[in-house]
Ligand binder design. Structure first.
Ligand SMILES: [Zn+2]
Ligand SMILES: [Zn+2]
Length: 272
């Protein structure tokens, strides 16, 4: 079967994420993927949304203080198990079970480690850090790098929107941080995504560095609205801007085989 590298979407939310635009059930997404000719996609809802009610989730107290997560762990774990069970019914249909997860400033994932191992795909992301709006830029950059490195120290498969927290908090994006992040991801065999949701991220210099260091990048719509699913015109344009021919794009794009062939990977054996 000839497969286009743009046929798989690695980052898709459902109505279980508070930020999604409903209706966005797995069934809706499955039908939309079929209509668009995708071979599949990964459902990657926010882990914190299983552990915390909406208002608390958006305040992110668990990032600065891991004990907040520990208190919510038991109740949240039961909800994550339920999510896994729901996703299980769609596995083998080209739909992977995944989750988008943050790290606390002390380095722990905001997801029970034993549960993290049950997913086909784990995406690491920085959405918020203490001092989000008011910390001095230098201090924020230090925290950001530490937090990103903490994510990369875990068994994540993809690093999500690597510099978006700067865009969201209306700060300048420090380009000197690209190199240590991309280098570490390459060492750890972690893919980095090109995210086309709202504030597209990363920028072209970041992407160029990924390709220079041999990282295969993940095509991620970060779907919050059904229309976004599998919509990769931004990603294609980015590759073209770097002078990469359409026929060569596949050499730089993260695929299901890349996930399966990663020696660190322990989940996808039962899928497809
Ligand atoms: Zn995200
Ligand atoms: Zn997301």
């Amino acid at each position: 079967m000839s497969i286009s590298p743009f046929d798989f979407d690695w980052h898709v939310h459902t109505e279980r994420s508070y930020c999604s635009e409903t209706p966005l059930s797995i069934e809706h997404l499955r039908r939309e993927a079929e209509r668009k000719g995708l071979i599949g996609f990964a459902i990657t809802d926010h882990s914190a949304h299983f552990y915390f009610p909406e208002k608390e989730a958006w305040r992110y107290p668990f990032i600065g203080d891991y004990s907040v997560f520990e208190k919510a762990r038991e109740r949240g774990n039961a909800r994550v198990e339920e999510y896994l069970k729901d996703l299980g019914a769609f596995r083998g249909d080209g739909i992977l079970s995944g989750i988008e997860v943050e790290a606390a400033v002390t380095g722990e994932l905001i997801l029970d480690e034993a549960l993290a191992r049950k997913f086909d795909v784990v995406i690491g992301a920085v959405h918020w850090l203490p001092g989000y709006k008011d910390a001095p830029q230098e201090e924020f950059e230090r925290l950001f790098l530490e937090n990103t490195m903490a994510l990369l120290a875990h068994d994540i498969d993809i690093l999500a929107h690597p510099t978006r927290v700067f865009r969201r908090s209306e700060r300048p994006i420090p380009k000197y941080l690209y190199e240590p992040i991309v280098r570490r991801a390459a060492e750890r065999g972690v893919s980095i995504e090109i995210n086309s949701h709202s504030q597209r991220d990363p920028d072209i210099d970041f992407l160029r560095m990924c390709l220079d260091m041999g990282i295969k990048v993940a095509m991620s719509s970060d779907t919050h609205n059904i229309k976004e699913l599998g919509e990769f015109s931004h990603q294609r344009a980015f590759f073209r801007e770097l002078g990469i021919a359409e026929s060569e794009m596949k050499d730089h794009i993260f695929t299901l085989d890349d996930l399966k062939n990663n020696p660190r990977h322990r989940r996808l054996d039962k899928c497809n």
